[in-house]
Design a protein around this ligand. Sequence first.
Ligand SMILES: [Zn+2]
Length: 547
Amino acid sequence: MAKEAPAPAADAQLPAPKLIVAISVDQFSADLFAEYREHYTGGLARLLKGAVFPAGFQSHAATETCPGHSTLMTGAHPARTGIIANTWVDLSAARAEKKVYCVEDESKPESSTSKPFVSSVHLKVPTLGEWAKKQWPASRNVAVSTKDRAVVMMGGHQIDAAFWYDRGAYTSFVGAPLPPEVLKLNDGLKALLAKGAPAMAVPAWCGSRDRAVNAGAVTVGTGRFVLDPKGKVKPADQLRISPRADAATLDLAASLLTSMKLGKGAAPDILSVSLSANDYVGHAYGTEGLEMCIQQHELDQKLGAFFAKLDASGVDYAVMLSADHGGIDLPERLREQGVPEAGRGDAALSGETLGRAIAAELGITKPLPACNLGPDVAGNIVCSDGVGGDYWISPQLTPEERAKVSEKLVARLKAHPQVEAVFTADEIAATPYPHGHPQDWSLIQRARASFDPTRSGQVYAALRRAIIAMPKAGPGYVTTHGSIWDYDRRVPMIFWRKGVKGMEQPQPVETVDIAPTLAAMIGLKVPEGSFDGRCLDVDGGPADTCR
Ligand SMILES: [Zn+2]
Protein backbone atom coordinates (compact mmCIF):
# COMPACT_ATOMS: atom_id res chain seq x y z
CA MET A 1 0.00 0.00 0.00
CA ALA A 2 1.38 3.35 -1.04
CA LYS A 3 2.37 5.72 1.67
CA GLU A 4 -0.18 8.48 2.11
CA ALA A 5 0.93 11.81 0.68
CA PRO A 6 1.28 14.49 3.33
CA ALA A 7 -1.62 16.92 3.46
CA PRO A 8 -0.88 20.14 1.58
CA ALA A 9 0.26 22.86 3.96
CA ALA A 10 -2.53 25.30 4.65
CA ASP A 11 -1.83 28.94 3.91
CA ALA A 12 -0.57 30.67 7.00
CA GLN A 13 -3.49 32.34 8.79
CA LEU A 14 -3.18 36.09 8.53
CA PRO A 15 -3.22 38.14 11.72
CA ALA A 16 -6.57 39.77 12.42
CA PRO A 17 -7.15 43.05 10.57
CA LYS A 18 -7.06 46.19 12.69
CA LEU A 19 -10.04 47.81 11.04
CA ILE A 20 -13.26 46.43 9.58
CA VAL A 21 -14.81 48.73 6.97
CA ALA A 22 -18.40 47.57 6.54
CA ILE A 23 -20.07 49.25 3.58
CA SER A 24 -23.75 49.09 2.72
CA VAL A 25 -24.80 50.43 -0.67
CA ASP A 26 -28.48 51.18 -0.22
CA GLN A 27 -30.72 49.40 -2.79
CA PHE A 28 -27.69 47.75 -4.46
CA SER A 29 -29.53 44.76 -5.92
CA ALA A 30 -27.76 41.68 -7.27
CA ASP A 31 -29.36 42.69 -10.58
CA LEU A 32 -27.63 46.08 -10.62
CA PHE A 33 -24.35 44.42 -9.65
CA ALA A 34 -24.70 41.93 -12.53
CA GLU A 35 -25.61 44.68 -14.98
CA TYR A 36 -22.73 46.99 -14.14
CA ARG A 37 -19.84 44.83 -12.86
CA GLU A 38 -18.11 44.68 -16.27
CA HIS A 39 -17.79 48.47 -16.21
CA TYR A 40 -16.21 48.93 -12.78
CA THR A 41 -12.67 50.31 -12.83
CA GLY A 42 -12.43 51.90 -9.37
CA GLY A 43 -13.22 50.68 -5.86
CA LEU A 44 -15.73 48.07 -6.97
CA ALA A 45 -13.18 46.65 -9.44
CA ARG A 46 -10.82 46.16 -6.53
CA LEU A 47 -13.51 44.40 -4.51
CA LEU A 48 -14.22 42.10 -7.47
CA LYS A 49 -10.78 40.60 -6.79
CA GLY A 50 -11.93 39.61 -3.31
CA ALA A 51 -14.44 36.97 -2.24
CA VAL A 52 -17.56 37.67 -4.29
CA PHE A 53 -20.97 36.22 -3.40
CA PRO A 54 -23.27 37.54 -6.15
CA ALA A 55 -26.34 35.91 -4.55
CA GLY A 56 -26.47 37.23 -1.00
CA PHE A 57 -29.96 37.28 0.47
CA GLN A 58 -31.79 39.68 2.70
CA SER A 59 -33.92 36.59 3.19
CA HIS A 60 -36.96 38.16 4.86
CA ALA A 61 -40.15 39.58 3.35
CA ALA A 62 -39.89 43.18 4.62
CA THR A 63 -37.13 44.27 2.23
CA GLU A 64 -36.81 47.84 3.48
CA THR A 65 -33.86 49.94 4.66
CA CYS A 66 -34.27 49.61 8.41
CA PRO A 67 -34.89 45.82 8.55
CA GLY A 68 -32.15 45.23 5.97
CA HIS A 69 -29.54 47.31 7.78
CA SER A 70 -30.53 45.62 11.04
CA THR A 71 -29.33 42.24 9.67
CA LEU A 72 -25.94 43.39 8.37
CA MET A 73 -24.00 43.86 11.61
CA THR A 74 -26.13 41.80 14.02
CA GLY A 75 -26.21 38.49 12.14
CA ALA A 76 -29.91 38.23 12.98
CA HIS A 77 -33.08 38.31 10.89
CA PRO A 78 -35.56 41.15 11.55
CA ALA A 79 -37.70 38.66 13.51
CA ARG A 80 -34.94 38.82 16.15
CA THR A 81 -33.69 42.38 15.68
CA GLY A 82 -37.29 43.58 16.13
CA ILE A 83 -36.95 45.88 13.12
CA ILE A 84 -39.88 44.62 11.05
CA ALA A 85 -40.26 47.71 8.83
CA ASN A 86 -39.07 51.30 8.39
CA THR A 87 -42.35 52.38 9.96
CA TRP A 88 -44.87 50.25 11.79
CA VAL A 89 -48.19 51.01 13.48
CA ASP A 90 -48.75 50.87 17.23
CA LEU A 91 -52.44 51.51 17.76
CA SER A 92 -52.01 51.36 21.53
CA ALA A 93 -49.39 54.16 21.53
CA ALA A 94 -50.11 56.97 23.97
CA ARG A 95 -49.47 59.76 21.44
CA ALA A 96 -51.85 60.91 18.69
CA GLU A 97 -49.59 59.63 15.91
CA LYS A 98 -49.89 55.85 15.76
CA LYS A 99 -47.10 55.25 13.27
CA VAL A 100 -43.66 54.55 14.76
CA TYR A 101 -40.37 55.15 12.92
CA CYS A 102 -37.80 52.39 13.41
CA VAL A 103 -35.13 54.67 14.93
CA GLU A 104 -37.23 57.09 16.95
CA ASP A 105 -37.90 57.09 20.67
CA GLU A 106 -41.62 57.78 20.55
CA SER A 107 -41.74 58.19 24.34
CA LYS A 108 -40.08 61.61 23.82
CA PRO A 109 -42.89 64.15 23.44
CA GLU A 110 -41.00 66.04 20.71
CA SER A 111 -40.59 62.92 18.53
CA SER A 112 -42.66 62.19 15.41
CA THR A 113 -42.09 60.04 12.34
CA SER A 114 -41.30 63.16 10.30
CA LYS A 115 -38.99 64.71 12.95
CA PRO A 116 -37.82 61.72 14.99
CA PHE A 117 -35.89 61.83 18.25
CA VAL A 118 -33.26 59.46 16.88
CA SER A 119 -32.59 56.49 19.13
CA SER A 120 -31.69 52.79 19.08
CA VAL A 121 -34.43 51.76 21.56
CA HIS A 122 -36.23 49.52 19.07
CA LEU A 123 -33.18 47.39 18.14
CA LYS A 124 -33.39 44.22 20.25
CA VAL A 125 -29.91 42.73 19.69
CA PRO A 126 -26.30 43.96 19.84
CA THR A 127 -24.20 44.79 16.78
CA LEU A 128 -20.73 43.55 15.90
CA GLY A 129 -19.28 46.87 17.10
CA GLU A 130 -20.94 46.36 20.47
CA TRP A 131 -19.72 42.78 20.79
CA ALA A 132 -16.21 44.07 19.96
CA LYS A 133 -16.40 46.74 22.66
CA LYS A 134 -17.46 44.11 25.18
CA GLN A 135 -14.41 41.94 24.41
CA TRP A 136 -11.99 44.84 23.90
CA PRO A 137 -13.10 48.04 25.69
CA ALA A 138 -10.60 50.01 23.55
CA SER A 139 -12.41 49.08 20.32
CA ARG A 140 -14.20 51.96 18.55
CA ASN A 141 -17.56 51.62 16.83
CA VAL A 142 -18.19 54.30 14.20
CA ALA A 143 -21.11 54.66 11.75
CA VAL A 144 -21.87 57.24 9.06
CA SER A 145 -24.53 57.52 6.35
CA THR A 146 -26.93 59.92 4.71
CA LYS A 147 -29.69 58.09 6.64
CA ASP A 148 -30.17 58.07 10.41
CA ARG A 149 -31.71 54.58 10.30
CA ALA A 150 -28.67 53.12 8.54
CA VAL A 151 -26.31 54.63 11.13
CA VAL A 152 -28.31 53.36 14.10
CA MET A 153 -28.90 49.87 12.67
CA MET A 154 -25.24 49.31 11.70
CA GLY A 155 -23.82 50.95 14.84
CA GLY A 156 -26.36 49.87 17.44
CA HIS A 157 -26.73 51.19 20.98
CA GLN A 158 -23.14 52.15 21.77
CA ILE A 159 -21.65 54.19 18.93
CA ASP A 160 -18.49 56.25 19.46
CA ALA A 161 -19.14 58.51 16.46
CA ALA A 162 -22.44 58.56 14.57
CA PHE A 163 -23.33 61.05 11.85
CA TRP A 164 -26.07 61.31 9.24
CA TYR A 165 -27.39 63.90 6.80
CA ASP A 166 -30.40 66.01 7.65
CA ARG A 167 -31.62 68.83 5.40
CA GLY A 168 -28.24 69.98 4.10
CA ALA A 169 -25.87 69.13 6.95
CA TYR A 170 -24.51 66.14 8.88
CA THR A 171 -25.83 65.81 12.39
CA SER A 172 -25.80 63.37 15.33
CA PHE A 173 -27.82 62.27 18.36
CA VAL A 174 -29.45 65.00 20.47
CA GLY A 175 -26.78 66.35 22.80
CA ALA A 176 -23.81 64.86 20.93
CA PRO A 177 -21.41 67.63 19.91
CA LEU A 178 -20.30 67.89 16.26
CA PRO A 179 -16.49 67.65 16.00
CA PRO A 180 -14.45 70.08 13.84
CA GLU A 181 -14.27 67.72 10.83
CA VAL A 182 -18.08 67.53 10.66
CA LEU A 183 -18.45 71.30 11.01
CA LYS A 184 -15.90 71.74 8.21
CA LEU A 185 -17.76 69.29 5.96
CA ASN A 186 -21.03 71.09 6.69
CA ASP A 187 -19.46 74.46 5.75
CA GLY A 188 -18.37 72.93 2.45
CA LEU A 189 -21.85 71.54 1.81
CA LYS A 190 -23.44 74.90 2.58
CA ALA A 191 -21.17 76.59 0.04
CA LEU A 192 -21.88 73.88 -2.55
CA LEU A 193 -25.66 74.17 -2.07
CA ALA A 194 -25.47 77.94 -2.51
CA LYS A 195 -23.18 77.79 -5.56
CA GLY A 196 -24.68 74.77 -7.34
CA ALA A 197 -22.85 72.32 -9.62
CA PRO A 198 -23.00 71.41 -13.31
CA ALA A 199 -24.29 68.20 -14.89
CA MET A 200 -22.21 65.11 -14.11
CA ALA A 201 -20.12 63.36 -16.76
CA VAL A 202 -21.82 60.49 -18.59
CA PRO A 203 -19.70 57.37 -19.19
CA ALA A 204 -19.81 56.34 -22.87
CA TRP A 205 -21.15 52.88 -21.93
CA CYS A 206 -24.35 54.37 -20.47
CA GLY A 207 -25.45 54.51 -24.12
CA SER A 208 -29.01 53.36 -24.73
CA ARG A 209 -30.11 54.06 -21.14
CA ASP A 210 -30.34 57.76 -21.99
CA ARG A 211 -34.01 57.73 -22.95
CA ALA A 212 -37.01 59.56 -21.50
CA VAL A 213 -39.83 57.57 -19.92
CA ASN A 214 -43.10 59.04 -18.67
CA ALA A 215 -44.55 58.00 -15.33
CA GLY A 216 -47.69 60.05 -14.90
CA ALA A 217 -46.71 63.58 -13.94
CA VAL A 218 -42.95 62.94 -14.06
CA THR A 219 -40.47 62.08 -16.78
CA VAL A 220 -37.27 60.19 -15.94
CA GLY A 221 -34.39 58.54 -17.76
CA THR A 222 -32.21 61.41 -18.95
CA GLY A 223 -31.20 63.18 -15.70
CA ARG A 224 -27.60 64.34 -15.21
CA PHE A 225 -27.72 65.70 -11.64
CA VAL A 226 -27.36 69.42 -12.21
CA LEU A 227 -27.36 71.00 -8.73
CA ASP A 228 -29.48 74.13 -9.19
CA PRO A 229 -29.64 76.45 -6.13
CA LYS A 230 -32.79 77.99 -7.58
CA GLY A 231 -34.42 74.68 -8.59
CA LYS A 232 -37.97 73.65 -7.69
CA VAL A 233 -36.63 70.87 -5.47
CA LYS A 234 -34.72 72.18 -2.42
CA PRO A 235 -30.94 72.12 -3.07
CA ALA A 236 -30.41 70.00 0.08
CA ASP A 237 -32.72 67.37 -1.43
CA GLN A 238 -31.15 67.65 -4.89
CA LEU A 239 -27.82 66.84 -3.24
CA ARG A 240 -29.30 63.96 -1.26
CA ILE A 241 -30.79 62.42 -4.43
CA SER A 242 -27.47 62.43 -6.28
CA PRO A 243 -24.05 60.76 -6.20
CA ARG A 244 -22.81 63.87 -4.35
CA ALA A 245 -24.42 62.48 -1.17
CA ASP A 246 -22.11 59.46 -1.23
CA ALA A 247 -19.09 61.65 -1.92
CA ALA A 248 -19.90 63.64 1.24
CA THR A 249 -20.45 60.54 3.38
CA LEU A 250 -17.19 58.98 2.17
CA ASP A 251 -15.32 62.27 2.83
CA LEU A 252 -16.69 62.18 6.36
CA ALA A 253 -15.67 58.54 6.84
CA ALA A 254 -12.15 59.34 5.61
CA SER A 255 -11.79 62.34 7.91
CA LEU A 256 -12.91 60.25 10.92
CA LEU A 257 -10.36 57.61 9.93
CA THR A 258 -7.66 60.26 10.33
CA SER A 259 -8.97 62.19 13.33
CA MET A 260 -9.89 59.11 15.39
CA LYS A 261 -6.81 57.15 14.19
CA LEU A 262 -9.08 54.21 13.39
CA GLY A 263 -7.23 50.92 13.08
CA LYS A 264 -4.27 52.26 15.06
CA GLY A 265 -5.49 51.49 18.57
CA ALA A 266 -5.01 48.49 20.85
CA ALA A 267 -8.10 46.67 19.52
CA PRO A 268 -9.83 46.26 16.15
CA ASP A 269 -12.16 49.11 15.23
CA ILE A 270 -15.39 48.92 13.22
CA LEU A 271 -16.25 51.61 10.67
CA SER A 272 -19.74 51.23 9.16
CA VAL A 273 -20.52 53.31 6.10
CA SER A 274 -23.94 53.24 4.47
CA LEU A 275 -24.13 54.96 1.09
CA SER A 276 -27.69 56.09 0.43
CA ALA A 277 -27.49 57.81 -2.99
CA ASN A 278 -28.08 54.55 -4.85
CA ASP A 279 -31.44 54.21 -3.08
CA TYR A 280 -32.54 57.82 -3.53
CA VAL A 281 -31.58 57.66 -7.22
CA GLY A 282 -33.42 54.35 -7.62
CA HIS A 283 -36.59 55.73 -6.03
CA ALA A 284 -36.47 59.02 -7.94
CA TYR A 285 -35.49 57.74 -11.40
CA GLY A 286 -35.76 53.94 -11.43
CA THR A 287 -32.95 51.44 -11.88
CA GLU A 288 -32.45 51.29 -15.66
CA GLY A 289 -32.08 54.91 -16.76
CA LEU A 290 -29.16 57.24 -17.33
CA GLU A 291 -29.37 58.43 -13.72
CA MET A 292 -28.56 55.00 -12.25
CA CYS A 293 -25.79 54.51 -14.82
CA ILE A 294 -24.10 57.73 -13.67
CA GLN A 295 -24.71 56.76 -10.03
CA GLN A 296 -23.06 53.35 -10.48
CA HIS A 297 -20.06 54.95 -12.19
CA GLU A 298 -19.68 57.59 -9.48
CA LEU A 299 -20.07 55.02 -6.69
CA ASP A 300 -17.27 52.93 -8.20
CA GLN A 301 -14.96 55.93 -8.61
CA LYS A 302 -15.68 57.42 -5.17
CA LEU A 303 -15.07 54.07 -3.49
CA GLY A 304 -11.75 53.87 -5.35
CA ALA A 305 -10.69 57.22 -3.91
CA PHE A 306 -11.82 56.16 -0.43
CA PHE A 307 -9.83 52.92 -0.56
CA ALA A 308 -6.77 54.89 -1.71
CA LYS A 309 -7.07 56.97 1.48
CA LEU A 310 -7.34 53.79 3.55
CA ASP A 311 -4.22 52.43 1.82
CA ALA A 312 -2.34 55.67 2.53
CA SER A 313 -3.23 55.41 6.25
CA GLY A 314 -1.08 52.28 6.49
CA VAL A 315 -3.81 50.47 8.46
CA ASP A 316 -4.36 46.73 7.89
CA TYR A 317 -8.07 46.81 7.01
CA ALA A 318 -10.68 44.44 5.63
CA VAL A 319 -13.69 45.52 3.59
CA MET A 320 -17.17 44.02 3.52
CA LEU A 321 -19.65 45.45 1.02
CA SER A 322 -23.31 44.50 0.73
CA ALA A 323 -26.76 46.10 0.69
CA ASP A 324 -29.89 46.46 2.79
CA HIS A 325 -32.23 45.28 0.00
CA GLY A 326 -32.48 45.15 -3.78
CA GLY A 327 -34.84 47.00 -6.05
CA ILE A 328 -36.78 47.08 -9.29
CA ASP A 329 -37.37 49.59 -12.06
CA LEU A 330 -40.52 51.72 -12.44
CA PRO A 331 -43.45 49.81 -13.95
CA GLU A 332 -43.78 52.20 -16.91
CA ARG A 333 -40.28 51.29 -18.18
CA LEU A 334 -40.60 47.64 -17.10
CA ARG A 335 -43.61 47.35 -19.42
CA GLU A 336 -41.59 48.84 -22.30
CA GLN A 337 -38.72 46.45 -21.60
CA GLY A 338 -40.22 42.98 -21.56
CA VAL A 339 -42.27 42.87 -18.35
CA PRO A 340 -45.87 43.51 -19.50
CA GLU A 341 -47.31 42.35 -16.15
CA ALA A 342 -45.64 45.22 -14.26
CA GLY A 343 -47.99 47.67 -12.62
CA ARG A 344 -48.68 49.99 -9.72
CA GLY A 345 -50.36 48.76 -6.55
CA ASP A 346 -54.03 49.67 -6.26
CA ALA A 347 -54.60 52.51 -3.76
CA ALA A 348 -57.76 50.66 -2.66
CA LEU A 349 -55.43 48.13 -0.93
CA SER A 350 -54.56 50.61 1.82
CA GLY A 351 -55.60 49.55 5.33
CA GLU A 352 -57.63 52.71 5.82
CA THR A 353 -59.73 52.13 2.67
CA LEU A 354 -60.25 48.42 3.35
CA GLY A 355 -61.04 49.16 7.01
CA ARG A 356 -63.76 51.66 6.18
CA ALA A 357 -65.42 49.23 3.78
CA ILE A 358 -65.28 46.40 6.34
CA ALA A 359 -66.62 48.68 9.11
CA ALA A 360 -69.58 49.56 6.89
CA GLU A 361 -70.18 45.91 6.06
CA LEU A 362 -70.08 44.86 9.75
CA GLY A 363 -71.90 47.94 11.05
CA ILE A 364 -68.99 49.05 13.27
CA THR A 365 -69.42 52.77 13.89
CA LYS A 366 -67.32 53.60 16.98
CA PRO A 367 -64.78 56.36 16.41
CA LEU A 368 -61.26 54.96 16.68
CA PRO A 369 -57.80 56.54 16.52
CA ALA A 370 -56.73 57.40 13.01
CA CYS A 371 -53.63 55.59 11.78
CA ASN A 372 -51.70 58.82 11.67
CA LEU A 373 -52.14 62.24 13.25
CA GLY A 374 -55.71 63.43 13.23
CA PRO A 375 -59.04 63.11 14.98
CA ASP A 376 -60.65 59.79 15.74
CA VAL A 377 -62.62 58.72 12.71
CA ALA A 378 -65.64 56.45 12.64
CA GLY A 379 -64.94 53.21 10.87
CA ASN A 380 -61.16 53.58 11.06
CA ILE A 381 -60.46 50.04 12.16
CA VAL A 382 -57.50 48.93 9.99
CA CYS A 383 -54.15 50.66 9.38
CA SER A 384 -51.26 49.98 7.05
CA ASP A 385 -48.16 51.77 5.82
CA GLY A 386 -49.15 51.93 2.17
CA VAL A 387 -50.49 49.06 0.04
CA GLY A 388 -49.60 45.45 0.82
CA GLY A 389 -47.36 44.29 3.67
CA ASP A 390 -48.63 44.49 7.25
CA TYR A 391 -52.20 45.38 8.26
CA TRP A 392 -52.99 46.30 11.86
CA ILE A 393 -56.49 45.86 13.30
CA SER A 394 -57.68 48.23 16.03
CA PRO A 395 -57.15 46.81 19.56
CA GLN A 396 -60.16 48.84 20.73
CA LEU A 397 -62.57 46.44 19.04
CA THR A 398 -63.88 43.47 21.00
CA PRO A 399 -62.08 40.14 20.40
CA GLU A 400 -65.15 38.96 18.46
CA GLU A 401 -65.12 42.07 16.29
CA ARG A 402 -61.39 41.70 15.68
CA ALA A 403 -61.84 38.11 14.55
CA LYS A 404 -64.59 39.13 12.16
CA VAL A 405 -62.57 42.06 10.79
CA SER A 406 -59.56 39.78 10.26
CA GLU A 407 -61.69 37.27 8.37
CA LYS A 408 -63.19 39.98 6.14
CA LEU A 409 -59.80 41.59 5.56
CA VAL A 410 -58.20 38.29 4.52
CA ALA A 411 -61.10 37.59 2.15
CA ARG A 412 -60.96 41.04 0.52
CA LEU A 413 -57.20 40.87 0.09
CA LYS A 414 -57.30 37.34 -1.32
CA ALA A 415 -59.95 38.38 -3.84
CA HIS A 416 -57.83 41.21 -5.22
CA PRO A 417 -56.08 40.40 -8.51
CA GLN A 418 -52.84 42.11 -7.44
CA VAL A 419 -52.43 40.00 -4.29
CA GLU A 420 -50.29 36.85 -4.43
CA ALA A 421 -50.65 35.56 -0.86
CA VAL A 422 -52.23 36.53 2.46
CA PHE A 423 -51.16 35.25 5.88
CA THR A 424 -52.52 35.92 9.35
CA ALA A 425 -50.16 36.62 12.22
CA ASP A 426 -51.20 33.28 13.75
CA GLU A 427 -50.21 31.42 10.58
CA ILE A 428 -46.86 33.21 10.39
CA ALA A 429 -46.15 32.66 14.11
CA ALA A 430 -46.85 28.93 13.68
CA THR A 431 -44.26 28.67 10.88
CA PRO A 432 -40.92 27.30 12.10
CA TYR A 433 -37.99 29.75 11.97
CA PRO A 434 -36.56 29.22 8.46
CA HIS A 435 -33.14 27.73 7.72
CA GLY A 436 -31.41 26.48 4.60
CA HIS A 437 -30.96 28.07 1.19
CA PRO A 438 -32.92 31.36 1.22
CA GLN A 439 -33.84 31.11 -2.48
CA ASP A 440 -35.85 27.99 -1.64
CA TRP A 441 -37.84 29.52 1.20
CA SER A 442 -41.62 29.58 0.80
CA LEU A 443 -43.39 32.95 0.94
CA ILE A 444 -44.62 32.36 4.49
CA GLN A 445 -41.08 31.47 5.60
CA ARG A 446 -39.92 34.83 4.22
CA ALA A 447 -42.69 36.55 6.16
CA ARG A 448 -41.68 34.58 9.29
CA ALA A 449 -38.13 35.99 9.11
CA SER A 450 -39.41 39.56 9.52
CA PHE A 451 -42.25 38.82 11.92
CA ASP A 452 -42.27 40.12 15.50
CA PRO A 453 -45.50 39.31 17.41
CA THR A 454 -45.20 42.52 19.44
CA ARG A 455 -44.89 44.79 16.40
CA SER A 456 -46.15 43.06 13.26
CA GLY A 457 -49.66 43.45 11.92
CA GLN A 458 -52.44 40.90 12.32
CA VAL A 459 -52.57 40.25 8.56
CA TYR A 460 -49.81 40.26 5.94
CA ALA A 461 -50.38 40.53 2.17
CA ALA A 462 -47.75 39.96 -0.53
CA LEU A 463 -48.40 41.77 -3.80
CA ARG A 464 -47.78 39.89 -7.05
CA ARG A 465 -44.37 40.00 -8.70
CA ALA A 466 -43.64 43.34 -10.46
CA ILE A 467 -46.62 45.07 -8.81
CA ILE A 468 -44.94 48.11 -7.25
CA ALA A 469 -46.33 49.17 -3.86
CA MET A 470 -46.61 52.77 -5.00
CA PRO A 471 -50.03 53.65 -6.45
CA LYS A 472 -48.82 56.91 -8.02
CA ALA A 473 -45.44 58.22 -9.19
CA GLY A 474 -44.35 61.69 -8.13
CA PRO A 475 -41.24 63.86 -8.11
CA GLY A 476 -38.52 61.98 -6.20
CA TYR A 477 -40.58 58.76 -6.10
CA VAL A 478 -41.30 56.59 -9.12
CA THR A 479 -40.62 53.10 -7.80
CA THR A 480 -39.92 51.24 -4.58
CA HIS A 481 -38.71 48.01 -2.96
CA GLY A 482 -40.06 46.19 0.09
CA SER A 483 -41.55 43.17 -1.65
CA ILE A 484 -41.24 39.49 -0.87
CA TRP A 485 -39.66 38.81 -4.31
CA ASP A 486 -36.05 38.03 -5.07
CA TYR A 487 -35.37 41.26 -6.99
CA ASP A 488 -35.77 42.97 -3.60
CA ARG A 489 -34.12 40.18 -1.53
CA ARG A 490 -30.98 39.43 -3.53
CA VAL A 491 -27.88 41.58 -3.01
CA PRO A 492 -24.15 41.15 -3.61
CA MET A 493 -21.93 40.29 -0.63
CA ILE A 494 -18.22 40.95 -1.06
CA PHE A 495 -15.25 40.54 1.30
CA TRP A 496 -11.85 41.99 0.41
CA ARG A 497 -8.53 42.16 2.17
CA LYS A 498 -5.06 42.82 0.81
CA GLY A 499 -3.17 39.57 0.36
CA VAL A 500 -6.20 37.29 0.60
CA LYS A 501 -6.96 35.09 -2.41
CA GLY A 502 -10.13 36.00 -4.23
CA MET A 503 -12.94 33.74 -5.40
CA GLU A 504 -16.45 33.78 -6.74
CA GLN A 505 -19.10 31.70 -5.01
CA PRO A 506 -22.48 31.77 -6.80
CA GLN A 507 -24.25 29.60 -4.19
CA PRO A 508 -26.75 31.58 -2.12
CA VAL A 509 -25.63 33.04 1.18
CA GLU A 510 -27.36 35.40 3.60
CA THR A 511 -26.60 38.87 4.91
CA VAL A 512 -26.95 37.39 8.41
CA ASP A 513 -23.72 35.51 7.57
CA ILE A 514 -21.79 38.80 7.47
CA ALA A 515 -21.51 39.44 11.23
CA PRO A 516 -20.34 35.89 12.13
CA THR A 517 -17.80 36.03 9.28
CA LEU A 518 -16.39 39.39 10.39
CA ALA A 519 -16.40 38.20 14.01
CA ALA A 520 -14.28 35.18 13.07
CA MET A 521 -11.94 37.40 11.04
CA ILE A 522 -11.08 39.55 14.07
CA GLY A 523 -11.14 36.76 16.65
CA LEU A 524 -14.29 38.01 18.36
CA LYS A 525 -15.98 35.51 20.68
CA VAL A 526 -19.74 35.78 20.57
CA PRO A 527 -21.98 33.53 22.70
CA GLU A 528 -23.35 30.46 20.87
CA GLY A 529 -26.77 31.13 19.37
CA SER A 530 -26.32 34.89 19.01
CA PHE A 531 -26.38 34.74 15.21
CA ASP A 532 -28.93 33.40 12.75
CA GLY A 533 -26.17 33.23 10.14
CA ARG A 534 -22.95 31.25 9.83
CA CYS A 535 -19.30 32.10 9.28
CA LEU A 536 -18.30 32.02 5.59
CA ASP A 537 -14.79 30.98 4.61
CA VAL A 538 -13.91 34.01 2.48
CA ASP A 539 -10.34 33.00 1.73
CA GLY A 540 -10.15 31.56 -1.78
CA GLY A 541 -7.23 29.33 -0.77
CA PRO A 542 -6.85 26.57 1.85
CA ALA A 543 -6.73 29.03 4.74
CA ASP A 544 -10.01 29.07 6.66
CA THR A 545 -11.59 32.30 7.86
CA CYS A 546 -13.76 30.38 10.31
CA ARG A 547 -11.10 28.28 12.02
ZN1 LIG B 1 -32.64 51.06 1.69
